[in-house]
Design a protein around this ligand. Structure first.
Ligand code: PMP
Length: 405
């Protein structure tokens, strides 16, 4: 392995706990990651040393809290290499980021009959906001099919492009299949037709470097809690010229320039999209999570997780009846699987009794399950702090359950 697991695991207090008297084997990292002590401490530090409402205050604490929030914005900007901090909008997470974009984009840039292209492997967070806008604004949704390996092909995206296409919105990495989509190619394709592209990076920014300027994506969204940061905060990145064209999403404090009952003018970016008191404790702790990731090194994280994925794929495939769902050559550290005719829920419950946390079900991707002709899967998702020994424990657990059936 590339990283010293023992040292790394010490950074995450939760990883050393037991469940049912057995050491916890936490393999549900695509749902949320555990938090390093520095992130937990940072939350505590904000509330115990600088807590005050930000932006409006002249007093010392308020200015310190404001600086902390705005520093975090610059940390996120650096992390994804955005051109300026104004392009970083803090939201509650990926879901809110996509709802914000869907509502403001469809309202201002689309007419009835205009089309948004999605893919079969989208998380519900990148489907339902567009369906809500279909009801309100009359946009139509076009859906790119999957290959049998669980991949999206750029030519299949091109097939769906028409003179009415206004946006292509797709996930960078599938939370079910682990497939890493060729987003660079799809962004270039979109731009050939003057179509902006939204990337759902909820499953990518924690695994490998994502550079929004190199990708040239127009919008990109992610959640802090899946990248070792706190819950309740996330990011919408947008190119400045595009964000400027969009109307505000929510109204309230912070997002205004001047208010009378007759007319209100709005604040500039990024504040136009950050109505109300922002989560400055969350943003500060997200900044800390990013510094933590950088201290380990994203390239080291990627290599460690690639090795875990290879090891787990081989080990799981040695189990009779094992079927891995999602067999792309380009995968992140997520393995969905089924074993014989054992229901994923039954298997998940029994694995839990051995202290193994995996996810079961449709993983908020029911249209993908329909396309695959299955109800659900088990899913093991790895972070760099997982070990080959934990993968052995998972495999042995599956073997024991298989024998029971
Ligand atoms: N998109 C993808 C690909 C995801 O995996 C998830 C979380 N499972 C989301 C969106 C939604 O993220 P959140 O619940 O943090 O808003």
């Amino acid at each position: 392995m590339y990283l010293n697991e023992e040292n790394i695991r010490k950074d995450f207090p939760l990883l050393s706990r037991e469940v049912y008297g057995k050491p916890l084997v936490y393999l549900d990292n695509a749902a949320t990651t555990q938090k390093p002590l520095c992130v937990i401490r940072k939350m505590e530090e904000v509330y115990s040393t600088i807590n005050a409402n930000i932006h409006r205050g002249v007093h010392y604490l308020s200015r310190q809290a404001t600086e902390s929030h705005e520093n975090a914005r610059r940390t996120v900007q650096r992390y994804i290499n955005a051109a300026s901090p104004e392009e970083i909008i803090f939201t509650r997470g990926t879901t809110e980021s996509i709802n914000l974009l869907a509502a403001t984009f469809c309202r201002s840039q689309c007419k009835p009959g205009d089309e948004i292209i999605l893919t079969t492997m989208e998380h519900h967070a990148n489907i339902i906001p567009w369906q809500i806008q279909r009801e309100i604004t009359g946009v139509e949704l076009k859906v790119v099919p999957l290959t049998k390996e669980g991949e999206i092909r750029t030519e299949d995206v091109e097939e769906l492009i028409s003179s009415r296409t206004r946006l292509i919105a797709l996930t960078h990495v599938s939370n079910v299949l682990g497939t890493i989509n060729p987003v660079d190619e799809i962004i270039r394709l979109g731009h050939n037709y003057n179509i902006p592209v939204l990337i759902d990076a909820a499953q990518s920014v924690q695994h490998f470097p994502v550079d929004v300027q190199a990708l040239d994506c127009d919008f990109l969204v992610f959640s802090s809690h899946k990248m070792y940061g706190p819950t309740g905060i996330g990011v919408l990145y947008g190119k400045k010229n595009l964000l400027e064209k969009l109307p505000p999403y929510q109204g309230g404090g912070e997002m205004i320039a001047h208010v009378t009952f007759e007319k209100t003018t709005f604040n500039e970016l990024p504040f136009k999209f950050e109505a109300g008191t922002p989560d400055y404790a969350g943003s500060t702790a997200l900044g800390e999570a990013i510094r933590y990731i950088e201290s380990i090194g994203l390239d080291n994280i990627r290599r460690q997780e690639e090795q875990l994925l290879r090891y787990a794929t081989e080990r799981l495939l040695s189990i009779p009846g094992m079927k891995i769902i999602g067999t792309s050559q380009h995968k992140s550290s997520v393995i969905s699987f089924l074993v014989g005719s054992i229901h994923p829920y039954d298997m998940g419950l029994l694995l839990d009794r051995f202290g193994i946390a995996v996810r079961t079900g449709h993983h908020c991707a029911q249209p993908l399950m329909n396309a695959l002709g299955i109800e659900g899967t088990l899913r093991a998702s790895f972070a760099f702090y997982n070990t080959e020994k934990e993968i052995d424990t998972l495999a042995e657990g599956i073997e024991r359950v298989t024998k029971m059936f």
